[in-house]
Write a protein that binds this ligand. Sequence first.
Ligand SMILES: *Cc1c(COP(=O)(O)O)cnc(C)c1O
Length: 380
Amino acid sequence: MRHVPFVDLQAQYRLLKQPMDAAVRAVLDSCHFILGPELTEFERAFAEYLGVTHAVGVGSGTDAIELALRACGIGPGDEVITAVNTYFATSEAISAAGATPRWVDADEHTYTLDVARLEAAICSRTRAIVPVHLYGQPVDMDSVMAIAREHDLKVVEDCAQSHGARWRGRLTGSFGDAACFSFFPSKNLGACGDGGAVVTNDAAIAESVRILRSHGMRERNLHVVEGRCSRLDNLQAAILGVKLRYLNGWNERRRSIAAEYTALLDDVLGVVTPYCAESATHVYHLYVVQLPERDRIREILQRKGIETGTHYPIPLHEQPAYASLGYRCDDFPVASRIARRILSLPIFPELTSEQIGYVVDSFREALAAQLRTEAEPLVG
Ligand SMILES: *Cc1c(COP(=O)(O)O)cnc(C)c1O
């Protein structure tokens, strides 16, 4: 039986083994593991890539969001608005900063937060918006920034899935007061472990994140606040420095894989392929379709050796961790409905056209088999 993994990190390592091994060896030889020259160099290169003035490497994408919010002065008593269908970490980081998450329903076409519902979620305690460029699809940042300015709110972009994505030609991560990236291994730019970064054009926010990531230290042994121990380590920075050079090429490949999938699936009855606004350059961290009977189709694909995912099967307001907030299941109808219908197909730059063909053929067969089951008369 053939096997198509959801993500194939080994394929990427095979291509980059030599430069990655050399980068790791150089750090091992130097024994400079924390806040070393490779980190400084990666921070410089990543800021340059995004066209921003500062990048600060931290321990994870989750920590990046928490520290960026704290650096923006957000904490206990404040509310922060984000998407209800994002990954759990976005909300978790808002709470870790001491604030309370307030959710907005998803747009059923783009899957990003519905900007038309944004203003209704703003109250007197609202201090910030965390737009999430979910699946690699950029949020309409013109609308978000206009609403934020009007209500005097900070904007901290969650770019954990959108390295290289653009809104009206401008890179995600360059719009907000700050933006947060994750370098979790499977992201569009991934390390060999956990990692993240906060980027900003605001020198005070950058300085504050630098202090917070390292025990609140402004200089050695002088702790001006209680911070965290959350630095992007030098080994990861060295690896990311190698991989950053490939990011644009990888994103191009993801976009062409997505185009191939869409061309092959567009005419399949009942299947909704990803929508992308004209102003948006989607980088397809995930390729997500909607279909009925998702779980059964997923099971059939699994039996054919095809790994798929659901991002995410339970929206935040239905998560047990948030039961105490008192939301009802039908408070976010779009998110609740799409959570049952979305399916993420394998996508990574090294995926071959042959694999894409196998996935699409299997997917069509699975849908046809499902339709036949439904058409069978009930016996007895
Ligand atoms: C991955 C992810 C995060 C968290 O990043 P980590 O590096 O895993 O902490 C936050 N938000 C979104 C949307 C993500 O996909």
